[in-house]
Design a protein around this ligand. Structure first.
Ligand SMILES: Cc1cc2nc3c(=O)[nH]c(=O)nc-3n(C[C@H](O)[C@H](O)[C@H](O)COP(=O)(O)OP(=O)(O)OC[C@H]3O[C@@H](n4cnc5c(N)ncnc54)[C@H](O)[C@@H]3O)c2cc1C
Length: 434
């Protein structure tokens, strides 16, 4: 029987392990933590948003510069496949009002529990507390256990799914980057993605408004096109939330280019400057500044943000005020650190892997999940791409084993509940739509 070592027991690694085991490969998953799937479980705390229901092209757009590389992965294991997979584990999904998809239980725990039972039934071995620490001289894998013992193994194929570097206490700490670059594999530096930004609020503003949402605002990075709408949360040291994450790449680009970034907060994105001006011109003589602004629908946190941006005094001219309401400047000197980020940008460069995500200079070695150089906003896109790339690597590994005479079982050719199309003999790692 052929053997596979899957290093990293997050969603990408575990779905790869399941796919390999279904194809008749003896799989061992190695993880440095005492248990697998810790980030997946944490993702479930706020309501596990497993994928998104929007149309394929719109969804692909969320992967920005990597859309072309992610497209064939979603063809192999699509959002519908992921939803079927959840249902197969006893967790049917539903589409929320925003189009995001959640498992019925809204949490990851029941899904993970059922998944681990399934993996055990498929014969997948899980070795925890084993940190991958590099390759041996003859290309095997080297692990260091938490008790200090070292372990060496040499599976027929290796699949790495070690994640990025956000929330390192959950397992993924980016420790693999130097090991890969030492082997000559290009890795785009890991950066914080889906992360809040720092803003130097005054103490008064921070104390009064930390934890309060700026409701239905549009955020733009000054001088750049990208903008995003939604609720952004004021924190003691900055702003976080969906619209910030959605323009994260533009924020990083501005910080890289200029050393700081100016965010423009549009407090009334549904109204034009002219419409706002017309409304503001109806100021009554007795209106205080706050009352005047409440009449155009601004709440206390929005009004305080306006004062914060001007140092206290508010413009009295209706047009000047309207222009400010449409673009309140907030100076961002930096993002929050990577260990507070939901995900990571950067990773193994796309040119280092082929269509089956096999590392070109390490035949028989594959890479999946957040280790690869892609990013996406929150909305289920992160888990979808982690699952899809996990399935693609496993399919590639099966094809590779078959091509190299190491896999004789026909189990991999049978349809499976995963609904993953398997490559026909001779495809040698090609991924195709299915
Ligand atoms: C708070 C939070 C909420 C989130 N919510 C969502 C959400 O709702 N929807 C969504 O789509 N995404 C969400 N995400 C992102 C999502 O969890 C990740 O994109 C996804 O887990 C990435 O999967 P992965 O398998 O590539 O990596 P990971 O899940 O990070 O798994 C990597 C595994 O590799 C192991 N590992 C690392 N280094 C080594 C080593 N040297 N040796 C052995 N093992 C090692 C780690 O212990 C870990 O188990 C959230 C993330 C966070 C932090």
């Amino acid at each position: 029987m052929s053997t596979a070592g899957v290093i990293g027991g997050g969603p990408a690694g575990l779905i790869a392990a399941e796919t390999l085991a279904r194809a008749g490969v003896a799989v061992t998953v190695y993880d440095r933590m005492p248990s697998v799937g810790r980030r997946f479980l944490l993702a479930g705390h706020g309501g596990l948003n497993i994928t998104h229901s929007e149309a394929r092209d719109r969804m692909l757009g969320r992967y920005g510069r990597s859309a072309d590389r992610i497209a064939p992965m979603l063809d192999v294991f699509s959002p519908d496949d992921l939803r079927d997979w959840c249902a197969g584990l006893g967790e049917p999904t539903f589409v929320g009002s925003s189009g995001r998809v959640f498992p019925q239980a809204f949490r990851a725990t029941p899904l993970m529990r059922a998944w681990l039972v399934r993996l055990a039934e498929l014969g997948v071995r899980i070795e925890t507390r084993q940190r991958w620490t590099g390759w041996t001289g003859d290309g095997g894998l080297h692990f260091t256990r938490t008790d200090g013992e070292t372990v060496e193994v040499a599976p027929d194929v290796t699949l790495f799914a070690l994640g990025g570097a956000s929330w390192p206490r959950l397992g993924a700490d980016g420790g693999w980057v130097d090991l890969f670059t030492d082997r000559g594999i290009a890795v785009t530096p890991l950066r914080a993605a889906n992360v809040g930004v720092q803003v130097s609020w005054t103490d008064t503003f921070a104390e009064r408004f930390a934890g309060k949402p700026l409701k239905n605002v549009a955020l733009t990075v000054r001088g750049r096109d990208q903008s995003a709408r939604g609720d952004a949360m004021v924190t003691r040291t900055g702003i976080e939330g969906g619209p910030i994450y959605a323009i994260g790449a533009a924020i990083r680009d501005a910080l890289d280019a200029d050393g700081e970034c100016v965010l423009h907060v549009d407090l009334r994105p549904d109204l034009t400057v002219d419409q706002l001006t017309a409304r503001l011109q109806n100021r009554r003589p007795k209106d205080s500044g706050s009352t005047w602004l409440r009449r155009i629908g601004l709440d206390p946190v929005a009004i305080a943000l306006l004062r914060e941006s001007t140092g206290g005094a508010l413009p009295v001219d209706a047009t000047v005020m309207a222009e400010l309401v449409k673009a309140v400047p907030a100076v961002v000197p930096a993002t929050m650190p990577i260990d507070r980020a939901i995900s990571t940008a950067g990773g193994v460069a796309w040119e280092e892997v082929d269509e089956s995500l096999m590392v070109r200079r390490l035949p028989g070695t594959f890479v999946a999940g957040e280790m690869l150089d892609w990013e996406a906003p929150t909305g289920g896109y992160l888990l979808q791409a982690s699952f899809s790339t996990g399935v693609v690597t496993a399919r590639g590994a099966v094809a590779w084993l078959r091509c190299h005479g190491a896999l004789t079982s026909t189990r991999g050719l049978l349809p499976t509940p995963l609904q993953v199309p398997h490559p026909s003999p001779g495809e040698d790692g090609e991924t195709r739509g299915g």
